[in-house]
Design a protein around this ligand. Structure first.
Ligand code: F6R
Length: 247
């Protein structure tokens, strides 16, 4: 793992955006995995700025989001699809046919999760994926558990994960769906390059466990230690407990 620390969260996010832009310019038909959440908001802002300045072309790119809330989809306020439209899709020249988010409103979620994996496979897998880190160590909605799923799947969200999403539902965590659809560990670990972007002191302990603790399904992000090409981008607050460790 290659760990880079920046002074502030916004610099860390800009660094993540720079890596995406660099790969996109080398490889315009990039297949990119993307997260939602608070952490990547400034990264998306940087990507939109680059597009507006003529420094990015998404016309041939394909994106696959990591997850969606169950029962939510296009047009639903609070859905991850709406988040992506607000922060990226509506502001850059990505084709709507190639901007994929699992459809949490599908009448048949079993069909939907299989379809999502097939689409990733047909695209040739992910060239790059940007991940955030849940306070409980989750990536996507792969929650800590005795076993993790390889494929896209339906998952019960832990109360802390629902609380972390309460901002999308007027602060009411019980209004957050109790389930989500998530890309599995197979597609995530199969990505040719992984960028893990984590900011804020509240994540410092989990950063330490994920990067320097044992590899365990109880800290899903710890599985990234086994991936050959991971760049971890932290701000100083998130890096405070790993700063002096040799990783
Ligand atoms: C969301 C996702 C999650 C988040 C994680 C951190 O698509 O993949 O794993 O990355 O929950 O969320 P924030 O950035 O809000 O702390």
């Amino acid at each position: 793992m290659h760990v880079v620390t920046h002074a502030t969260a916004s610099r860390a996010a800009s660094a993540a955006a720079a890596l995406v832009l660099q790969r996109l310019s080398q490889h315009p038909s990039l297949v990119l995995g993307l997260p939602t959440g608070e952490t990547p908001v400034p990264m998306y802002r940087a990507l939109v700025r680059a597009y507006r300045a003529g420094r990015a072309d998404f016309s041939r790119a394909t994106t696959f989001n990591l997850d969606e809330l169950f029962g939510m989809g296009k047009g639903d306020e609070g859905s991850y699809r709406s988040y992506m439209e607000a922060h990226l899709f509506d502001h850059v020249n990505i084709s709507s046919r190639r901007a994929h988010v699992p459809d949490g409103r599908s009448a048949d979620w079993r069909h939907e999760v299989a379809r999502y994996d097939r689409q990733i496979e047909r695209a040739g897998g992910l060239d790059m994926i940007v991940l955030g880190l849940g306070r409980n160590g989750h990536i996507g909605f792969n929650e800590p558990a005795a076993q993790l799923q390889a494929h896209t799947h339906r998952v019960a969200l832990q109360p802390g994960t629902r609380r972390a999403n309460a901002r999308l539902f007027g602060g009411r965590w019980r209004a957050v769906p109790a389930h989500g659809l998530s890309m599995g560990m197979g597609a995530i670990l199969g990505a040719r390059r992984v960028i893990l972007l984590v900011t804020g002191a509240a994540k410092a302990r989990m950063v330490e466990r994920a990067l320097a603790g044992p590899i365990t399904t109880h800290v899903p992000a710890s599985l990234l230690q086994a991936h050959p090409d991971v760049i971890v981008i932290l701000d100083r607050a998130a890096a405070s407990l790993v700063a002096k460790r040799r990783l």
